[in-house]
Design a protein around this ligand. Structure first.
Ligand SMILES: CC(=O)[C@@H](O)[C@H](O)COP(=O)(O)O
Ligand SMILES: NCC(=O)COP(=O)(O)O
Length: 238
């Protein structure tokens, strides 16, 4: 069974655009869970462009499905935020400060020492650790060496090439997913997944543990409504 974790970053984007508290991210997270979401994902960035650090504290108090916090652990502030809130999962993402969004996975070979220490610190606190990687077998193996529980495959390249040639687009992800299974890593996927490409990914990688989806899902909800949209995404994972 592949779990759907809804990333609510873009709800916070809309809220912040007027400086108030509408839409309220806590209410939306609870509604997402009520509508069938099996997890809530947030990605507090250093500039707090959408999810703020305080949102993490507020959400931790109410989220009853799996809470997944994504971010770059190079910032000690992020590490301390995660340790203070003890989510079900932390997803380590090598974001640069000014990136418009996440745009690459970890080089788990070059950063082996730092990642190993960070993974150990989070696991010591009882938090499952997922490392965001490109669909690259060596990077998947490197994440295992670092002690990660899971990898999250960065699926933007898959989404980008899906329309021109789905079979070719998914092939590197199947290879990387097979290595993850062989070395005993759990498997997540995320970034630019949508109603167009999700079913084909899941059909080719049925052992996928979790997908985290935000931008496309929240955009779809503008047309179909949030409850209907979550149900539509869940049907793509059946
Ligand atoms: C790691 C990942 O792919 C998502 O967290 C993505 O980065 C969403 O971040 P934004 O909502 O800031 O684009
Ligand atoms: N880890 C991916 C995520 O949380 C959401 O990415 P996107 O669907 O907003 O591109």
């Amino acid at each position: 069974m592949t779990r759907l974790s809804v990333n609510i970053n873009k709800i916070a984007t809309l809220r912040n655009s007027r400086g108030g508290d509408n839409p309220n991210v806590v209410k939306v997270a609870l509604d997402c869970e009520r509508f069938g979401a099996e997890g809530i994902t947030v990605h507090p960035r250093p500039d707090e462009r959408h999810i703020r650090y305080q949102d993490v504290y507020d959400l931790k108090k109410v989220v009853t499905t799996e809470f997944n916090i994504e971010g770059n652990p190079a910032e000690r502030k992020f590490v301390d935020l995660v340790l203070a809130n003890l989510p079900a999962q932390v997803t380590l993402v090598p974001d640069t400060l000014n990136a418009i969004t996440s745009n690459a996975g970890w080089d788990t070979l070059t950063y082996r020492a730092q990642l190993t220490d960070l993974v150990a610190e989070f696991k010591e606190a009882g938090i499952r650790v997922s490392v965001f990687v490109d669909a690259d077998e060596a990077m998947v193996e490197g994440a295992k060496v670092c002690g990660a529980d899971r990898v999250e495959l960065y699926t933007e390249p898959y989404a980008l090439h899906f329309y021109e040639n789905p079979e070719k687009a998914v092939e590197p992800f199947v290879r990387a997913a097979e290595v993850a299974r062989q070395v005993g890593l759990g498997l997540n996927a995320g970034h630019d997944l949508s109603l167009d490409n999700l079913r084909f990914l899941r059909k080719n990688i049925p052992w996928l543990d979790e997908v985290s989806i935000g931008h496309a899902l929240i955009s779809d909800a503008l047309y179909f409504g949030l409850e209907n949209t979550i149900q539509m995404y869940l049907r793509e994972l059946e």
